[in-house]
Write a new protein. Structure first.
Length: 386
């Protein structure tokens, strides 16, 4: 027999955005009745989310500090003609730890796992088993909307956590190693040393297509490890991903594509860095905003989050312009030159760029000088951005 479940706030999707909102709202409004609805038997999925300390405002650090699984005080980048160590703290969150922390903090009945959602409105969630959740407000955090409404490139990757035999692999993360062969766009290796005998190695591409040949990328991960002299005993974990890089598009059409009257957060709301594709800084900001606002009315919550996402979309035209230069002005095998030049800039500028908080001086500095792509093609790429 079907049941009706009543609550103050229903959050659909137990990924990063949904879990953070649940955690923040419960912390700020412990008397509010929450439901975190997730189709799978776990929240967080199979992910590793990483971020720079400067991505998170000091007032919001309480939201992520207990979730951090690994942290380092600096990181490296390497390109064919340039290498650098940056003195910026870097952190990673493992989805398994994320799940443990979030579920331990929420009331037992708050998490509704293994519950597939058929439809969601601003005040109601229909479940596949016939149950219905009635809420003062609903936030939909279930992945992307209709990406066909946006002009996109793609960041795609396959990563493996390798258990090693022998000497320690690395002292600190290598966020970009672009000394590897350039295949299928801008390619780089990404490495995180978890322990002396465990390292996460990811083969990453800024590509024109979202297609992944998992077998080929897996082979390249092991070839990279072998080239570093690492002896691999086994693979402890693997993850793949395809993330949108926003060059342009119609924000309002994207918002409406997943239900025009329901509040949204995360990638479903278009809340991700247009060029890096990372959504964690926006997920933290959004969770803090929702919790601090204390809005539970469905229509008011929709208007609040819609205006927040639209404002950020408009303010990030600069990053979409750079994405257009990367994908439209540079030959795929030469795209690494844009990042090589970028990483020669001031460390503070680089931090603000990743946080999507570049100031006017930063933007001028990024655009000053001869671009590492043909000037004519760069101009045409810029003019092609909406």
């Amino acid at each position: 027999m079907s049941a009706t479940i009543s609550c103050d706030l229903a959050i659909v999707g137990g990924g990063l955005a949904g879990g953070l909102i649940a955690r923040a709202v419960h912390a700020r409004h412990p008397a509010a009745e929450l439901r975190l609805i997730e189709a799978s038997s776990h929240i967080g999925g199979n992910h590793l989310w990483s971020f720079f300390a400067s991505d998170i405002a000091p007032a919001d650090r309480w939201l992520v500090s207990p979730l951090i699984s690994h942290q380092w005080t600096r990181y490296d980048v390497a390109f064919p003609a340039y290498a650098r160590t940056l003195k910026s703290p870097y952190h990673s969150i493992d989805s398994r730890h994320f799940e443990r922390v979030v579920l331990s903090e929420l009331p037992d009945r708050a998490a509704m796992l293994g519950r597939k959602v058929l439809a969601a409105s601003s005040t109601e969630v229909m479940l596949a088993d016939g149950d219905r959740v009635e809420a003062k407000g609903v936030i939909d955090c279930r992945g992307a909307g209709d990406l066909a409404t946006l002009e996109l490139g793609w960041q795609k990757f396959l990563g493996r956590e390798l258990v090693l035999h022998g000497p320690p692999a690395l002292e600190r993360p290598v966020v970009m190693d672009a000394t590897v062969e350039q295949i299928d766009g801008y390619r780089f290796a990404y490495c995180l040393p978890f322990t002396p005998d465990r390292v996460f190695v990811e083969d990453t591409y800024y590509s024109d297509t979202p297609d992944i040949d998992a077998a080929a990328l897996g082979d390249r991960v092991h070839a990279y490890a072998a080239a570093q002299g690492w002896q691999v005993d086994k693979v402890a974990r693997e993850e793949t991903g395809v993330l949108p890089v926003a060059i342009g598009g119609d924000f309002e059409a994207y918002w409406r594509s997943s239900g025009g009257n329901v509040a949204k957060a995360g990638v479903r709301a278009g809340l991700f860095h247009p060029l890096t594709s990372y959504s964690l800084p926006d997920a933290v900001r959004t969770a803090a905003l929702v919790a601090n606002a204390g809005i539970f009315d469905g229509q008011a919550l929709h208007d609040f989050l819609h205006d927040h996402a639209r404002r950020l979309w408009r303010s990030r035209r600069f990053y979409r312009m750079l994405a257009a230069m990367l994908f439209r002005a540079a030959e795929p095998a030469e795209r690494y030159r844009i990042l090589e030049r970028f990483y020669r800039l001031d460390e503070g500028l680089i931090g603000r760029f990743y946080a999507a908080e570049s100031n006017l001086g930063d933007k001028i500095r990024v655009m000053t000088g001869k671009p590492p792509v043909p000037i004519g093609r760069a101009a045409r790429a810029i003019m092609g951005v909406e």
